[in-house]
Design a protein around this ligand. Structure first.
Ligand code: HEC
Ligand code: HEC
Length: 466
């Protein structure tokens, strides 16, 4: 019954190659059955034995009959020849098609694999708890991570942000997602899950996970909405940090006042009275909390000053690119004042988890304004070429810019280039708007090199002439 339930009945009613072939075959089969039944029911007439009936003469046999037989042979050979050709032409897509063919059962099995305890389908023996890090339904989250300061050796808890996966198929094709899950991301908490990468799961399970992820992808409108919300949150992040720090400071001030009042009320008691010792300790703790809250507010204000007038281009780069292109970005949080950016982070654009340095004019060199033989901008070159690269990402073994070769690990922001090739993808479009992509390109070309270690804001000319 499960197999039947998993079978996609829509395939019979859709006007696709598969659907049409199915009905043609069904009609032929019905025809054959009818012919057979009719033949069986027809009255059987006694025929004279073949050796007693006269057969065709030589003239008939060697001319008309022979020609008819040869004619039919020619027709059938032609049919064979043509169908071999068609088969050969379709073979690559046929394989890709079957590789990316997932049934309803795959999504259900993938959901069980992805689930953590918050899912109704959670199965302690089978679930891999992807949702622990990536959030339920892939809304994004964080992986527990401990960072130890290379100089002091001090260890800090610094959660490593885990990307939203309900938009991952705007950034990567289903095949690239399959690769990421199979091999993990070296140097990050995302481990290899596939047998090929040294993980526990066979290809079928990885395909099921890909099918599940495909099924939870947001529409382009929803994806752009969550991207816009993330941008708004980032714009307000420093101010929120200050506002929160002010509330904490108020609370700490009140707590100290209360503790001091309690202690003052016990002034008549001897110093070694347990109640007085306790109240005294409370004042010490509250005093320390107040000092910490003051420190934190000072840091929050400093961070807000550094980030005043930040451009959307920089924020969008930080939100969408820095995790791979800025060292330690994924564990940075301004809330954590003991890990300040100047101590923790690489320079903006300088080597992240996938270690690709965009600094020192690297981007502008890669997307230089080169001309083709006719004097037109060479395809993929210059600012426009860079915009397309950010939009569509890199493909494995495909060239980009001037002399770049992709590995398929640089994500795009739009899937319309490949969405039609994968039947499991329901949506086609972009998770960022063209204006947002332009803003990122401007920041990369004109702003990136100007930003300092403290990740403060610098002014840059969005139309810089480099
Ligand atoms: C321990 C936490 C953790 C678990 C469990 C986990 N991941 Fe990840 N995953 C991460 C982190 C962190 C990243 C980002 C790594 C980086 O910074 O490059 C990531 C990245 C990814 C990406 C790439 C997303 C992108 O846009 O770059 C995919 C796809 C993914 N994980 C799928 C899965 C699936 C499927 C599972 C379950 C089999 C899973 N992850 C389990 C932490 C986790
Ligand atoms: C998941 C990691 C990842 C993220 C996120 C990412 N990149 Fe990349 N980027 C790469 C990798 C890897 C390469 C090298 C090309 C390849 O291997 O496909 C690359 C290459 C580049 C290059 C070309 C550098 C050169 O000199 O060849 C530019 C420019 C770039 N990325 C910009 C961006 C921008 C802008 C964003 C955000 C919109 C971004 N990247 C997000 C991984 C990432």
């Amino acid at each position: 019954m499960r197999v039947l339930a998993a079978w996609d009945w829509h395939r019979f009613t859709e006007f696709t190659v598969w659907g049409v072939l199915f009905w043609v075959n069904a009609l032929v089969l019905i025809g054959l059955v009818i012919t057979a039944v009719v033949a069986l029911m027809r009255d059987r007439v006694e025929k004279p034995a073949p050796n007693l009936t006269p057969f065709l003469g030589d003239d008939d046999l060697e001319t008309r009959r022979l020609e008819r037989v040869l004619g039919w042979a020619l027709v059938f050979s032609a049919v064979l020849a043509v169908s071999y050709g068609v088969y050969w032409l379709r073979e690559p897509t046929r394989q890709a098609g079957s590789q990316t063919y997932f049934d309803e059962g795959a999504i259900e099995r993938g959901e069980v694999l992805f689930a953590n305890e918050s899912y109704a389908v959670f199965n302690a023996a089978a679930s891999l708890k992807c949702a622990d890090c990536h959030g339920p339904e892939g809304v994004g989250g964080a992986a527990p991570y401990t960072y130890s300061d290379p100089e002091t050796g001090t260890a800090y808890s610094a959660p490593w942000s885990a990307p939203r996966l309900d938009t991952v198929m705007y950034r990567f094709s289903p095949d690239e997602v399959r690769n990421i899950i199979t091999y993990g991301r070296q140097g990050s908490p995302m481990v290899a899950w596939g047998v090929d990468g040294g993980g526990p799961k066979n290809e079928q399970s990885i395909d099921d996970l890909v099918a599940y992820l495909a099924s939870i992808q947001l529409s382009p409108e929803e994806a752009q909405k969550v991207s816009a919300e993330a941008l708004t949150a980032a714009q307000g992040q420093a101010d929120k940090l200050v506002a929160d720090a002010e509330v904490t400071l108020d609370d700490a001030t009140t707590a100290l006042a209360t503790a001091t009042e309690t202690l003052d009320g016990l002034v008549a008691l001897p110093d070694d009275d347990p109640a007085k010792i306790k109240a005294d300790r409370a004042v010490t703790v509250a005093t320390q909390d107040l000092a910490d809250a003051e420190d934190h507010l000072a840091w929050a204000q400093e961070w807000a000053d550094r980030r005043a007038d930040i451009t959307d281009g920089q924020l969008l780069f930080e939100l969408n690119c820095a995790r791979c292109h800025t060292k330690n970005w994924s564990i940075f949080s301004p809330e954590n004042q003991s890990l300040r950016p100047e101590d923790l982070l690489g320079l903006p654009g300088g080597g992240g988890s996938l270690g690709f340095d965009l600094r020192d004019g690297g981007v502008v060199r890669r997307f230089a304004d080169t001309l083709d033989a006719d004097g037109n901008p060479a395809p993929g070159s210059g600012r426009d070429g860079q915009g397309l690269f950010v939009r569509n990402g890199a493909e494995n073994e495909k060239p980009y810019g001037t002399g770049g070769i992709g590995s398929g690990r640089m994500p795009g922001q739009c899937n319309d280039e490949f969405a039609s090739k994968f039947s499991i993808l329901e949506h086609s479009g972009c998770m960022l708007t063209p204006e947002q992509i332009d803003a990122i390109v401007a920041y990369e070309r004109c702003g990136l090199d100007a930003v300092k270690e403290d990740h403060a804001v610098v002014e840059y000319d969005e139309n810089c002439e480099s």
